[in-house]
Every structure is written in C-alpha cells, then in structure tokens.
Write a protein that binds this ligand. Structure first.
Ligand SMILES: Nc1ncnc2c1ncn2[C@@H]1O[C@H](COP(=O)(O)OP(=O)(O)O)[C@@H](O)[C@H]1O
Ligand code: SF4
Ligand SMILES: [Mg+2]
Length: 359
C-alpha cells in the first residue's frame, strides 16, 4: 500500500481511549413493554486495540455497536443514562447532522448481511471510488495526493486505491472486477468488497458485527489476518462483534463478555481466555465444540437469556448460574479488578460476587 503508510494520525485527546462507553442504558419499546436491553455497558477501545465483544444471541452486542454508530432509532429506542465518548465528544449529544460526517469516515462499519449494504445498481469500482474520494476530501494523503490535485488525478488515484484494496481482501483479478456489479459476486465475495469499502477511508474506529460469519473458514482466516495487519498499519481501534471465541483468540487483543445487556468480564484476551473468572465466561468457553465433541453432542449453556422486559433482580445471570447465592438476587455486581495491583490499561475485570479464583 504505497499511499497508505505516510499519513499522520488524527489528533486524539491525550491519554484517553479513542472510544469510551460509560454506563450506557438503552431501552427498546416492544409489544410486551419496554425492554432494558443495555443495562450499564462500560467499554473502552484504544488505538491499536482489537476488542472482541462476545456473548450469546440477544445479549446486546449488535445494539452496542449500533449505538456507537448512532444507528439505533429513538423511538423505539431510548437512552436513559450514559455516554459514548468518541475522540473527546459525546456522540449521544450530537444531532444527526453532526453524526453523519463521522459515520463511515471516522467510524467505519461492517455488518453481517452483505446484501443490505451494496447498491445493486452501481459497479463495485464506482462505489469504492466514491468512498475513497470522500475520504480523500478529508485527508488528501489517503489518495497519496497533495491538496491541489485535479479532479482527474483524484479519480485516478481513488480507482488505483480501490483496486489495491480489492487485492488486499483477496478478490481474484481485482482490477477487472472493479467494473462488475454486486450480483456478479458470490455472498462471500460481496462481504469482502464491503470489508474493503469500510477500510478504504482508513477509519479511526471500525465496528465489525459478525464480519466473517458468512465466509468459509480459510477466507475468514485471511480476512481476520488482514484486519490485524491494518490495525497495526493504521493504528485503528476495532470493536469486533462475534459469537465465536475462536475468532477472538485468533484476532483480538482484548475481549469483553456480554450477558443480557451488561459486560460481565473484560480484559486482555490472554488473561480472560486462560483464566476466566465469571461463571458465564467459563460456560461459554466450555460450549465451544472441539475436535473430540461428538456430532450433536454440544450441550451449550442450560437455560436461556432472560426476558429483558422483566429481567431478574440483582445479577441477570443468577437464574442460570451454578454459583449463585441469595446475595446474587439482591444487587447487581459491578466490574472490579481481579488482581488489586493491576495497571488500569491492562486490567482484567469481572462483575460477579463469587468469581472463580484461578485458571
Ligand atoms: N429494534 C428492536 N426493537 C426491540 N427490541 C430489539 C430491537 N433490536 C434488538 N432488540 C432486542 O434487544 C436485545 C439485544 O439484541 P442484539 O443487540 O441484537 O443482540 P445480539 O447482537 O447480542 O444478538 C434482544 O433481546 C433483542 O430482541
Ligand atoms: S454474581 Fe452470583 S449469580 Fe451472578 S454470576 Fe456471580 S455467582 Fe453467579
Ligand atoms: Mg447481533
């Protein structure tokens, strides 16, 4: 990537993480009543960090990502408390007009379903070139140009960058394929085009919601290693939403485990996966199929995620928890460091009254 390496980093508040979600509470109006779907989410993502956000379906992972992109409609959503601070400004305090320039440029997004994101009417190359031109208008260095470059030079550079990005996401014959329309690509290929599109403008923060779930295992591994490469190259911050702990182990520097709208455990991947402290994290790890798991032998975790219109009092995991005591139903546990002497940046934290004490 010739044009890519010399760009200076945009300014960021000194010492503060690029993204800081603090005590975020979101309610969703539904048929049965208002569901308390995010119940005090705390999460910070710094430049150069890849945070995996894991948990069963319905735990609030996508709504957390959509909240950062400010894509939760209000109503039916309602934020009752909390802040989402991105590079020093609270996104929840911004109106749509001020959020729009951030979305897709400084905050890139990749969602699971590729059919909803590409315009079927336009050639892939034109769609990529548009995104590259918009990014080039913000920072001409992205196109490898100086500020006075002509429109024709900008278009040529944007097309070159589009071809390079398609090559990087392993689209065969990338240059020729710029002239194809989305329907000429398979689902997996379209997802790779979307990944190229999200990365072409070099966002400061990337939210990727199950980005490789639709891809076969070998392409998934290539894409995840590309993501890691780009994080190192551009010092991006990434929030990678996945239900797959294998993907987390392979790709992420940090992990946050989510249950029923709360973060129950978080920290560096090596600490959390090697020595999980929360009963839910342990149960998730145990439910990963291994080579020795007999076909159909996967148990999963007994019970289901609670109804969030009427969540259980105290710890939301209590009805399924093997370690629950009377105290667990009377108050909700907050995140605390598992070791008193840990540096804040590297903290391994758990929200549980009776955490496991060793690996
Ligand atoms: N638009 C919506 N209206 C009402 N409830 C919703 C809406 N979107 C999601 N939810 C509910 O919020 C909870 C969290 O959903 P989601 O963030 O999609 O979970 P995950 O991504 O972890 O599977 C679920 O109980 C889901 O049913
Ligand atoms: S607080 Fe109690 S119920 Fe909740 S996870 Fe810990 S032991 Fe289980
Ligand atoms: Mg989801």
């Amino acid at each position: 990537m010739s044009a890519a390496t010399s760009t200076p980093l945009p300014p960021s508040s000194a010492g503060a993480p690029l993204l800081h979600i603090e005590q975020l509470h979101l309610w969703m109006r539904s048929f049965e009543g208002e569901a308390h779907v995010l119940a005090g989410v705390d999460l910070s993502v710094g430049r150069g960090e890849v945070w995996g956000l894991v948990g069963e379906t319905g735990c609030g992972k996508s709504l957390t990502g959509l909240s950062v992109s400010r894509l939760v409609a209000t109503p039916p959503g309602r934020y009752s408390q909390g802040r989402i601070v991105f590079d020093g400004q609270d996104l929840l305090g911004l109106d749509e007009e001020r959020v729009r320039p951030l979305r897709g440029r400084r905050i890139g997004m990749i969602f699971q379903d590729p059919t909803t994101n590409l315009n079927p009417l336009f050639r892939i190359g034109d769609q990529l070139v548009d995104v590259a031109l918009a990014a080039g208008a913000r920072s001409p260095q992205i196109l490898g140009l100086t500020p006075g470059a002509s429109r024709a030079q900008q278009r040529a550079a944007a097309r070159e960058l589009a071809a390079q990005m398609l090559e990087r996401v392993r689209i065969p014959n990338a240059r020729e394929r710029l002239d194809d329309h989305p329907h000429q690509f398979s689902g997996g290929m379209r997802q790779r085009v979307l990944i190229a599109m999200a990365l072409i403008g070099r966002p400061d923060l990337l939210i990727a919601d199950e980005p490789t779930t639709a891809l076969d295992v070998s392409v998934q591994a290539q894409i995840l290693s590309l993501l890691k490469e780009m994080v190192a190259e551009y010092r991006m911050a990434v929030l990678l939403i996945t239900h797959n702990l294998g993907v987390v182990a392979q790709t992420c520097s940090h992990v946050a485990v989510m249950y029923a709208g709360t973060i129950v455990e978080r920290g560096p991947v090596r600490d959390v996966l090697a020595a999980p402290r929360h009963p839910y994290t342990r149960a998730l790890l145990k439910s990963i199929p291994t080579r020795d798991t007999p076909r159909g032998g996967l148990e999963g975790i007994p019970g289901t995620v609670p109804d969030l219109v009427r969540p259980p009092p105290g710890c939301r995991y209590a009805p399924r928890c093997v370690r629950a005591s009377g105290a667990c139903a009377s108050a909700a546990p907050g995140l605390v460091h598992v070791a008193a002497a840990q540096a804040a940046a590297a903290a391994h934290e758990v929200a549980c009254f009776h955490p496991h004490t060793s690996g």
